[in-house]
Design a protein around this ligand. Structure first.
Ligand SMILES: [Zn+2]
Length: 596
């Protein structure tokens, strides 16, 4: 069994806040999967960071009269706050604007160049003499050559929706100062994807059995209908990673080329921060290690085609440029569990129309676990799903509160009250007790199978149906009446119920970490289930950046059936979840579409 697991999470772009669709698409499933793997006692590393570069950040900075650094850092701080409040346990959440990431990205670039996978081509691009620089597509506006709309952007027309070739715009003007640009020749590096196609196809074929259908469709399927061709990886922009070649000042690496390299550079940075500079090789130069990429469907080509092309093309030369000696080949992704999209009340989520549920804002009104629960039950694993506020209220009340929360609370409260705050000593277990223990213990296999296949909805549904079994057991045994005539029988029932709840707690913990941790404390344990998040300032030549880190739990390998010790001291229990009023759905729907 593979012990080294790398959980790579999509890099949020640092010019927009994170909403529930982003959370259920990539960030939350990654955390749930990583937590499960931690419980198995495997060596897990979960990494990501803010995608800091590119024109969306510079355009916003210009519009606000601020700097790209300010824009990126503001959103980055928001991401850190959200991930801490929602309990997304990154071992490292950093950013692409670090010296380390610059160095690693440039090493990949130089290795590809040395191995003959880059070529140069000249292209024509708008140049503003008044500004003394080339204009990226988003920096030039003009009349759409397809529909005549006079305010089309260089990359896209907002009227007819077409993607545009900026050089064909009629009456072009520079967005910054309105001046008239001129077309000039400029030279760029291209990644020769045609030459790398055989590597990519071989990589995909090896993983055909377990890659999701949407991933295969957008990778192998696409290549079959249209072979890969070269793609420009540099651009005329100064906010980004400089092209590490003499005479290429004023140009930088395209953000789509360097951001994916962040999975590798973040692993390296994690090792540096923790004084294990070579630890990254345990995942990246280890055939046994498994790398999982949690992303949304819009990111599939970059992770299933371009990223493996970059990694296989860089090869052992990466080591030459990174640390002055050749290295082993870099590990290619093992799986790419890309999710579809989540809609909101039947319509596409849209920040500009305020048809959105902002992650941080939702956390001001709801606890993290009910949000995590609904986002998991509705995870778009195989098709688009819908956030529906009535559904949120019902799932919270009928499943989380009624099936699981009440079960834990009423058994614990009963034990606490009648056995002086300790776990009762059972009599000899009866067939019904043994049967429920056996049923729940089997969950450590059946739920695990769903986790390993990254069918997280199935995993949580399986755990919830096991909780229903325990409710049935209690209804049959009725310890509340047993205690009136036979206290030992009641003790046996309550002990059995506590023991299976203790097991269910571990199965639910990856999904509902905050409440399972509380339940764990109520049951008298002192060592927490999971480790702790921490933030840290890291300084380098580019300045200071804040990262989110993780200090692992002392105990590991908790994915085993409970052997609950009788006599263990309980803590005063309290309900884990709150019932929501039906009116909540109405109130929430009224917020949508309104500017605040
Ligand atoms: Zn148009």
């Amino acid at each position: 069994m593979t012990e080294n697991i790398l959980v790579c999470v999509a890099w949020p772009y640092a010019n927009a806040r994170i909403h529930v669709g982003n959370l259920t698409g990539a960030y939350l499933p990654a955390d749930i999967f990583a937590r499960y793997q931690r419980l198995r006692g495997r060596r897990v590393l979960m990494v990501s960071g803010s995608d800091a570069h590119g024109t969306p950040v510079t355009v916003r900075a210009d519009a606000e009269g601020s700097t790209p650094i300010e824009v990126y850092d503001r959103f980055h701080q928001g991401f850190l706050a959200l991930f801490q409040q929602l309990g997304l346990d990154y071992d490292l959440f950093t950013s692409t604007h670090t010296q380390n990431h610059f160095h690693v990205s440039q090493a990949i670039f130089l290795a590809l160049k040395k191995n003959g996978y880059l070529y140069n081509e000249r292209q024509r691009q708008w140049y503003a003499p008044s500004l003394g620089r080339y204009l990226p597509d988003r920096y030039v506006e003009g009349t759409c050559y397809l529909c005549g709309f006079t305010n089309a952007r260089g990359d896209q027309c907002d009227k007819c929706g077409s993607l545009l070739d900026a050089t064909l715009l009629i009456n072009p003007r520079a967005k910054t100062d309105g001046s008239t640009p001129e077309l000039r020749e400029t030279e760029h590096f291209y990644l020769d994807l045609g030459k790398l196609q055989d590597n990519v196809v071989a990589f995909l074929n090896q993983r055909k059995e377990h890659l999701r259908p949407n991933v295969l469709r957008q990778s192998l399927g696409q290549i079959e209908s249209e072979p890969l061709h070269g793609r420009a990886i540099t651009r005329d922009l100064d906010w980004g990673i400089p092209v590490p070649v003499d005479g290429w000042d004023g140009k930088c690496l395209y953000v789509w080329f360097e951001a994916v390299i962040g999975y590798l550079s973040a692993t390296i940075e994690w090792g540096k921060i923790n004084n294990m500079p070579d630890a990254w090789k345990d995942w990246w130069q280890n055939e046994e290690a498994r790398t999982y990429h949690f992303i949304g469907k819009d990111n599939i080509p970059f992770h299933a085609v371009i990223w493996p092309a970059q990694l296989s093309g860089a090869g052992k030369e990466f080591g030459e440029y990174f640390e002055g000696k050749p290295c082993e080949p870099l590990t290619l992704p093992y799986d790419i569990p890309a999710n579809e999209f989540m809609n909101l009340e039947g319509e596409k989520i849209s920040g500009s129309r305020n048809w959105v549920i902002d992650g941080l804002e939702a956390l001001t009104r709801y606890d993290p676990d009910p949000l995590r629960y609904y986002l998991t039950m509705n995870m778009p694993e195989t098709k688009d799903t819908d956030w529906d506020w009535s559904g949120f209220v019902h799932r919270n009340n009928d499943e989380l509160v009624a099936t699981w929360g009440n079960l834990a609370n009423r058994v614990l409260s009963f034990a606490y009250r009648h056995w002086e705050g300790v776990i009762p000593t059972p009599g000899v277990l009866r067939p019904a007790d043994e049967e429920i223990i056996r049923k729940i213990e089997a969950g450590f296999t059946t739920v695990a199978e769903q986790f390993e296949a990254i069918h997280l909805r199935n995993a949580i549904s399986e755990a919830m149906s096991l909780a229903s079994e325990v409710n049935k057991y209690l209804d049959t045994m009725a310890p509340w009446s047993e205690i009136k005539h036979d206290k030992l029988a009641a003790a046996t029932t309550i002990y059995t119920a506590l023991r299976v709840i203790d097991s269910l707690k571990i199965m639910f913990a990856p999904f509902l970490p905050f409440t399972c941790e509380r339940l764990h404390t109520f049951m008298g344990y002192s060592e927490p289930i999971f480790g702790e998040q921490l933030t840290q300032s890291v300084q380098d030549e580019l300045g200071t950046h804040t990262v989110l880190g993780y200090s692992p739990a002392k105990a590991s390998g908790r994915w085993v059936a409970s052997q609950l010790p009788a006599g263990q001291t309980l803590q005063q229990p309290a309900p884990l979840y709150k019932k929501l009023e039906e009116s909540v759905a109405e109130e929430e729907r009224a917020r949508l579409g309104n500017k605040q």
